[in-house]
Design a binder for this molecule. Structure first.
Ligand code: ADP
Ligand code: MG
Length: 251
């Protein structure tokens, strides 16, 4: 890494405000993620975590502040057409897997790279099969989503995100809808990605996992970042009473 890469974060949100009607949802959020960094966002329901992710990939416009992702000034991108190059770099995985039910696993992975990016189908197929191996689903390429467990479908969704070769992946509570025995198989895949240097922003209720994989944890409450820091500090030595109260409930 050059000095420049170390000093310039890959994602930088500065003083971001967002309201829906009279409801202020983000009230001056500042957050950065270095290239290859793993950031976890924790906090109570309704505190603005999903909104932060949606602002980063331009799914939502902001009222004030700036968001830079790589070379993109996100708040200046207005049309869907302008947002396309940003969205190629920023993948998002949701709680609901949103796979195409009438397409096979392999087709779910290859459709966008071939149809949207115009890549060579044979090369994309090869990459997709390698990604299925990576998410530990070798042999499932011809299955339909409905034939897979929730944990398997979520791993297909992660492989589909990776098939676009993004620079960063945003994970929004991707294990929240899963049966407990399937949570770890999905977290294992995310842990592999984090270790390989994929830039990740994770909204999660899995506190032990956050503690293990995050470089930095941000605690949100009612639209503000109340406290942030390395996991050791946030979990073992929290200072803000709201963070302490939250951890008392969830740990
Ligand atoms: P979290 O992910 O932390 O649970 P969200 O970012 O989803 O929180 O939501 C924060 C607040 O913004 C909530 O009060 C929610 O009701 C509100 N909100 C989110 N999206 C919208 C929307 N599209 N329209 C109106 N209110 C919204
Ligand atoms: Mg949410």
């Amino acid at each position: 890494m050059t000095d420049h890469q170390q000093s310039a974060p890959f994602i930088e949100m500065r003083d971001v405000y967002k309201s829906f009607g009279s409801t202020a949802v983000l009230k001056g959020v500042t957050l950065s993620v270095r290239d290859g960094g793993v950031v976890c966002i924790i906090g109570p329901s309704g505190s603005g975590k999903s909104t932060i992710l949606r602002c980063i990939n331009g799914l939502m416009t902001i009222d004030r502040g700036t968001i830079r992702v790589g070379s993109f000034a996100v708040e200046t991108l207005k049309s869907d057409k302008q947002l396309v190059p940003l969205r190629h770099q920023v993948a998002m995985v949701f709680q609901q897997y949103n796979l195409f039910p009438h397409r096979t696993v392999l087709q779910n992975l290859t459709m966008a790279p071939v149809q949207v990016l115009g890549e060579n189908p044979a090369a994309v197929r090869e990459r997709a099969l390698a990604l299925l191996a990576k998410v530990r689903l070798t042999g499932k390429q011809d299955s339909y989503p409905g034939e897979l467990s929730g944990g398997q479908q979520q791993r297909v969704a992660i492989a589909r995100a990776l098939a676009m070769q993004p620079k960063v992946i945003l994970f929004d509570e991707v294990t929240a809808a899963l049966d407990p025995e399937m949570v770890s198989e999905v977290l294992n895949v995310i842990r592999d990605l984090a270790r390989e240097g994929m830039t990740c922003v994770l909204v999660t209720h899995e506190m032990r996992f956050a503690q293990e994989v995050a470089d930095e944890v941000f605690f949100t409450d009612r639209g503000v970042i109340v406290e942030h820091g390395p996991p050791g500090t946030i979990f073992q030595n929290p200072t803000d009473p709201r963070l302490k109260a939250f951890l008392d409930k969830v740990l």
